[in-house]
Design a protein around this ligand. Structure first.
Ligand code: SF4
Length: 296
């Protein structure tokens, strides 16, 4: 077992494959509104979330997603070269992998890339499911423009264990958010894809927990269950004690209604709520996703 911010996490799987490559490009223009570039230090993701959209984008086998990662060994030096030539803009880290999955602890590609961006003071937005994020708080606090977020789509770790079995526990993510907020950083939660309440969960309890951890903004979005996601998910939920409750994740009208409750609860706790996902800042709305599904 590993320990992340006082919470035990399972050790890396023995059969997980790691491959190293060198790349020619680091930044990609990003089509999301309000984002200029995306930066992905790795290809593939250890967390293997069942709803991840990246297998579809990469046209790889969803069943094999989460079994390997490719490390872009020279990504930070390529990034340093690129930012000398490109117009300055907001860099989103990451859009197709988790920048703080466990290999980052060994390779530090994300950290070295942040050092490059910090020297040039490029604005950065970071999103992860891993509390390893807290390692780099010394860098984050030196940026003029930065926001750091954690994906926390449920407070029920049983639900997390079903749909994102290799991602760190929810409590570790909440503690990470608290650590970041205590350091004076602006933090956000990506409540995506939004899980339905399970057990005794309520919108009020979720909003209250986020507020208590110092979060200032919540970005929520419903699941895009196309492209084999629904089938893969239902297979995971079979025989689970919370399977029936959790299966509501793909019930559009139910989830839209739940997000209205969550929006109201967030507002009552002083949190800004965005109902159409990260960087789709239609304040207070609960539109379903269009092109964007879920990674990190
Ligand atoms: S959703 Fe994010 S954390 Fe999960 S597998 Fe995809 S990239 Fe990794």
């Amino acid at each position: 077992m590993e320990e992340l911010l006082g919470v035990h996490a399972r050790s890396p799987r023995d059969d997980f494959r790691i491959r190293e490559v060198t790349v020619d490009h680091a930044l990609r223009p990003d089509p999301l509104p309000d984002v200029d570039y995306s930066f992905n230090p790795y290809v593939g993701c250890y967390h293997g979330c069942v709803f991840c959209y990246t297998p579809r984008l990469m046209q790889t086998d969803r069943a094999a997603w989460g079994s390997s990662v490719v490390v872009k060994r020279n990504a930070a030096s390529v990034l340093a070269r690129e930012i000398r030539k490109l117009p300055r803009g907001l860099v989103m880290i990451s859009t197709a992998t988790d920048p703080y999955q466990f290999v980052e602890g060994r390779y530090l590609i994300t950290r070295h890339s942040l050092e490059v961006l910090l020297r040039a003071q490029w604005p950065v937005s970071i999103l992860s499911r891993s509390p390893l994020v807290a390692r780099d708080v010394d860098l984050f606090t030196q940026f003029e423009t930065i926001d750091v977020g954690m994906s926390v789509p449920t407070l029920d770790d049983r639900a997390r264990a079903l749909l994102e079995p290799w991602a760190p526990p929810i409590e570790a993510r909440l503690r990470c958010l608290e650590t970041l907020a205590d350091a004076g950083l602006r933090t956000f939660v990506s409540f995506a894809p939004a899980y339905p309440p399970t057990g005794n969960g309520t919108a009020e309890a979720i909003a209250k927990e986020f507020a208590a951890r110092g979060v200032t903004e919540v970005f929520a979005r419903t699941l895009d269950a196309r492209w084999g996601v629904r089938e893969a998910m239902l297979a995971r939920l079979r025989d689970s004690e919370i399977g029936t409750e959790l299966a509501r994740i793909s019930n559009g009208p139910y989830m839209e209604s739940f997000l209205v409750d969550l929006r109201d609860a967030c507002r009552s706790h002083g949190l800004t709520f965005h109902g159409a996902g990260r960087y789709r800042k239609q304040e207070g709305t609960t539109e379903p996703p269009t092109a964007v599904s879920e990674a990190t």
